[in-house]
Design a protein around this ligand. Structure first.
Ligand SMILES: C[S@@+](CC[C@H](N)C(=O)[O-])C[C@H]1O[C@@H](n2cnc3c(N)ncnc32)[C@H](O)[C@@H]1O
Length: 352
């Protein structure tokens, strides 16, 4: 399948994480990609069209995906000049009517009259579709097809909208901690749990482990993208709670009561994503956090397949990278994220 240019509109709260999530999904699903461009809340990339489905099914932080028809500077003159020359792939366009929508990321393109630009781009699309015998009417409310233009840092991107995310409440809300049968205060929100799973680059049907499972947020998201799952926790009540939460969503998985420092598993694990206790709302059972993470990684190195990934969170004061590198893990990526006023977290992805 031939590669084509696509662009993705990304979550504004965690744009760097969103960018990494898309790349991790492409790597996990072994899709080819090239020509990556990184802009404020927008990522462009050349990849095959079937990547759209895997990215949009798995990702938590992509808001929209478009087939790119052109990219230009952000002045009306540059946009219109490029638009006149654009190649519209009409094989992707199906329906009786269309609309052109222009959006701004942040306040980029504030100098442009959006409605006028939509009208001018709409005229070009209308004439082109007529010429190729795919005549379509303009319909501004609920059109069959949306052509989408977006202003980001000093650039304008234009293409056909292929996919738009449902709102957060439709996609992840049902799995939020307070809606689960078993609730624990240290519960990760499902969208972040999904990102950690994606960063672990797990493939469908592979065996995935969360060794500090808590109430099961990460395990749930891993199962939902088709991984086979194992969760461990040192506390029996957490193991039982995670099991109840999986059952509530009709998901199957294995749970064991075990210490993450001495995991009773063979080397059959293909990916790990985990959020160990920070010693605040979740207990470390009196073990100093550096020691706990280090001992867990020693155990993880034995059960994780070679060249596969562990995605692990810690408070930023923990030297996660040093601990992992000293044990022979290679750093793939590091992200910093504010949790609240007195806590920031590092998310590290390391290769065995
Ligand atoms: C931060 S919670 C995990 C939260 C989980 N991500 C969620 O969203 O529910 C950490 C869990 O690690 C468990 N734990 C603490 N020490 C452990 C150890 N040595 N081995 C395994 N689990 C441990 C705690 O019982 C707690 O349930």
């Amino acid at each position: 399948m031939a590669s084509r240019d696509l662009f993705f509109i990304l979550n504004g709260e965690h744009p760097k994480l969103a960018f990494s999530e898309v790349l991790a999904i492409l790597q996990a699903t072994e899709r080819p990609y090239s020509n990556i461009g990184k802009f404020d809340q927008l990522m462009k990339i050349s990849t095959t069209l079937d990547s759209v489905q895997v990215i949009t099914q798995r990702s938590a932080l992509v808001h929209r995906c478009c087939a790119q028809f052109f990219e230009s500077g952000d002045s009306v003159e540059e946009i219109m000049e490029t638009a006149k020359e654009m190649t519209i792939d009409s094989s992707l366009v199906f329906g009786k009517n269309f609309a052109v929508r222009v959006k701004r990321i942040q306040n980029y393109g504030a100098h442009i009259d959006k409605v006028d630009l939509e009208r001018r781009l709409g005229t070009i699309i209308f004439n082109h579709l007529k010429q190729v015998n795919k005549g379509m009417k303009v319909k501004l409310e609920n059109p069959d097809v949306t052509f989408y233009g977006v202003f980001t840092e000093k650039r304008f991107f234009f293409g056909l909208s292929l996919w738009k995310s449902e709102t957060y409440s439709q996609r992840f809300d049902d799995r939020r901690g307070h809606k689960r049968t078993f609730f624990h205060p240290g519960t990760l929100e499902p969208r972040l749990a999904r990102v950690l799973v994606n960063l672990s680059r797990v493939k469908e049907n592979e065996l995935f482990l969360d060794p500090f499972v808590g109430s099961g947020s990460i395990l749930i998201e891993a199962r939902l993208i088709g991984a086979n799952i194992i969760g461990c926790d040192i506390q029996k009540r957490m193991v039982q709670g995670a099991l109840v939460n999986l059952q509530q969503l009709h998901l199957s998985g294995n749970l064991i009561c075990a210490d993450a420092r001495h995991l009773p598993l063979g080397d059959e694990i293909f990916a790990i994503a985990t959020d160990p206790p920070y010693g605040r709302s979740s207990t470390t059972k009196g073990i100093e956090l550096n020691t706990l993470i280090q001992s867990f990684l020693v155990s993880a190195a034995n059960i994780l397949q070679k060249r596969r990934y562990v995605c692990i969170c810690s408070p930023t004061h923990i030297k996660l990278q040093t601990i992992a590198n000293d044990l022979g893990f290679k750093t793939v990526e590091l992200h910093k994220m504010r949790v609240h006023k007195s806590l920031s977290r590092t998310i590290g992805v390391f290769q065995n």
